[in-house]
Each structure stands twice: as C-alpha cells, then as structure tokens.
Design a protein around this ligand. Structure first.
Ligand SMILES: Cc1ncc(COP(=O)(O)O)c(C=O)c1O
Length: 406
C-alpha cells in the first residue's frame, strides 16, 4: 500500500454501530417522533452520567447556550466574559440576549481562559463595566478542563453567574483542589453546563445539545424556554382559577414567558441514548489514541509539541491538538494542512479568536489578546475519533514526520 492509499482520516467523525441504527429504527416504528418518552430516558441517562440533578436536552449546543443565558435573565446592559478562543456560539448566544461580550485572554499553550486571564481583564475594566458583568462562561476546550474552580471563586466574589461550555468535554473528569474527582457536567462549581452532540463530539446525535444544572428553578425555566415558554401543568399556571386548576380543559396551556422551539426529538434522543451507553468505551478509546499520539510526537521536532493536559484527572479529548511553530519549521500552516490532506490526513484549526471575526470587529473595534494570538498561530487539530486504530495514528505520525524532516 502506498502512503496515499490510506483511507481518508477526517479530524473528527461519529462512530455508529448496528445498536445505534436499531435504536433509531425502533423509534421510527413507534408512536413518538418528536416529544415522546425517549427524551426523558436520554435526559435521565445524561444526568446520571455527569452526576447532575437535572438535564434538559435541546436541539443543539448553541440552543443550550442560548437557553442557559436566558435562564439567567442575561439581557441588554449586561456583559458576559468569554474566552477569546472558542467556537463563536459561546459568545453569540449571549449576544442573542442583547448582552455585550468581554473577551478574556487564554493560556497560549491550551487555548483556555485561566483565572489570571480573568483577573487581567478585570484590571482593565472601568467600575461601570465591572458592575455590568453578569456572567462568565469558561470553555473546556478540546475536552481538557479549564481552571473551573479558580474561576468560580472569582465569579462568586463579584456575584457573577457561571455557565461552563463543555460542548467538547462530555466524559471528562478532573481533580478539585481537595483532590476530589469532579465530573464535567455535574455543575459542582457552576450554575449550568452545556453540551453539544454534533457528530464530531464525544457522542453523536446528528444535531443536539443539553444543559445540566442542580438548581430546580433554573431547570423549570430551561424547560419553559425550550418550548415557547409554554406550561402545560395546570398546577403551575399563573393566571388560572382554582376550578381550572382542579379540572383543566384538555386543550389548555399557558404561555408564560417568551421561549423558543429548541425541543429535541425522540429520534435524536434514541441515537443519543444508544451512544451514551457507549460513552466510557468511547472515551477509553480516545484516551488510548491520545496517549499514542503524545508518545509518538515527542521528539519528532522541537518545533512541534502535543498540547499538554491542562489539569489532573482524566480528560476525554474531543480534539487532538498539536502546537506547531510554523515559522521556525519553515512551512506555512496552509501548506502543512494541504500536504496532510494530499496524504489523506484531515486537520482543522480550533479556533480563530472570536474577536477577530468581522461581526465582532465591527461591534467592538479591533482587539487583540496575546495568548489567544499565540495559541491560534500554532494550533492544529489532527484526526481523533473512535473509528481510528492505533495504526491510523502511526500513519498520521509517519506523514507528519515525513513533512517536518524534509
Ligand atoms: C465550544 C463550543 N460551544 C458551542 C458549540 C455549539 O454547539 P452546536 O454546534 O451543537 O450548536 C460548539 C460546536 O462546535 C462548540 O465547539
């Protein structure tokens, strides 16, 4: 087999088997396609998996973020702190609510916002700006875990709410300062955490997302926001008479707040549930591939280094990132990516600093964050998904070795 005969390895891909397909077909042959019993089963399994009290599934990770910001009443006049490096949805969903974004810098070696980055941002805010900060949203980038505990202490000090964007990090575990194992999604240090189940993520639902929380009031509000603000439970109606509550007409419901159609379907949840049953198998496999990459990349070139694990504990990597000093290596990132692609190795860049996009440049003027720029200049995501074998990793490494030593 020549090098170019190797099958194309995308940077990320879903891993589906016959059980997944059967689970979806079962729902297709049943009575409920949209809001049926599988949604509750998926949510129960998710909250048990991440050890939160509540889980609300929805149509995407972006919808989950939007619902979370809305549940906190984030609105015009509020500011939300997000890391400069993330998918744009982390910031966009707060902008949907009318809030303004403050971009914190990130660790140039992990792309994640640290407590010191938040402190650095605060130091440069006017008292009026600081006063307007309503929430902060750290991102567990690549499946690694940000300085959640330290950032939560800052949030507490200033009275901010905290949402953790864990769209990359389902299945990750980390150590608290007390040496306790903390499961991503358990909301131990935050008000809510959000997940995405887009096919390249740790589990696939097609499109899908969820919010987890331990706060019943937030849970109730998230349920309303997901479905047009509609309350069907007469016990919870705000304008009903006693007799209506006693004997609600069968057609009746109340729209109590302005919500959206962010509902998930039974079809998607059947796939999600079947995939969740394999989460630990998936994450173990990903950890093995990551360990092999780490080992093989060591010593390949001084200009190329695997992104190191950010915290103690056990990350479930969604992305495998290498940091490459392209300038010193004497090859542009574009040429490197093209060369990999010609050898059937997919790659991707996660992410362009959010403030650099035209929408945000127009909104806030040109901005720059040194850590984010340094991370962005070097980052490249290599193939990492459950369909891959250790031999596939060897293949990717051999291609990189060939490119960097030419
Ligand atoms: C960090 C992060 N947040 C939010 C999202 C939005 O998730 P979705 O694509 O499911 O809307 C993504 C998706 O890529 C993401 O990577």
């Amino acid at each position: 087999m020549t090098l170019r005969d190797h099958k194309y390895l995308p940077y990320g891909r879903q891993c589906l088997d016959d059980d997944d397909i059967r689970a979806v077909v079962d729902v297709l042959q049943g009575d409920w396609l949209t809001t049926g019993p599988t949604i509750q089963k998926f949510e129960d399994k998710l909250r048990q998996t991440v050890k939160s009290d509540y889980a609300v599934s929805c149509s995407s990770g972006t919808a989950a973020l939007h619902m979370a910001y809305m549940a906190l009443d984030i609105g015009t006049g509020d500011r939300v702190i997000v890391p400069a490096i993330s998918f744009v949805a982390t910031a966009n969903a707060a902008v949907y609510c009318g809030a303004d974004i403050l971009f914190a810098d990130v660790d140039p070696d992990t792309g994640m916002m640290r407590a010191q980055d938040v402190v650095g941002l605060i130091e440069n805010l006017s008292p009026e700006e600081l006063q307007s900060v309503a929430a902060i949203t750290p991102v567990n980038l690549t499946g690694e875990v940000a300085e959640i505990e330290a950032i939560s202490m800052i949030a507490k000090k200033y009275g901010w709410k905290m949402i953790v964007d864990s769209c990359h990090a389902l299945g990750s575990i980390y150590l608290s300062r007390d040496g306790e194992n903390i499961t991503v999604g358990d909301c131990y240090f935050s008000d809510m955490e959000v997940f995405s189940f887009h096919p390249v993520k740790t589990i696939a639902m097609g499109e899908g997302g969820a919010v987890t929380t331990n706060d019943q009031a937030l849970y109730d509000r998230l349920c309303l926001l997901r479905n047009h603000g509609i309350e069907r439970d007469a016990e919870k109606w705000v304008s009903a008479s006693h007799s209506e509550i006693e004997k609600p007409p069968p057609w009746a419901y109340e729209m109590q707040i302005l919500g959206y159609n962010y509902r998930q379907s039974d079809i998607h949840c059947a796939l999600g549930l079947s995939q969740l049953n394999k989460l630990s198998e998936f994450t173990d496999h990903r950890r093995r591939l990551v360990a092999k990459y780490d080992q093989s990349l060591k010593g390949l070139s001084v200009y190329l280094k695997p992104m190191e694990s950010a915290r103690g504990g056990s990350a479930a990597r969604h992305l495998y990132v290498v940091l490459i000093d392209f300038k010193a290596l004497g090859v542009s990132r574009l040429d490197f990516v093209r060369e990999l692609s010609s050898r059937n190795v997919g790659s991707q860049v996660h992410y362009i600093p959010i403030y650099a996009h035209p929408f945000y440049r127009e909104k806030y003027g040109p901005q720059t964050r040194p850590g984010a720029e340094e991370y962005y200049a070097r980052t490249l995501s290599l193939p990492l998904h459950v369909n891959m074998t250790p031999d596939d990793v060897d293949y990717v490494i051999a291609q990189i070795a060939d490119i960097v030593t030419r």
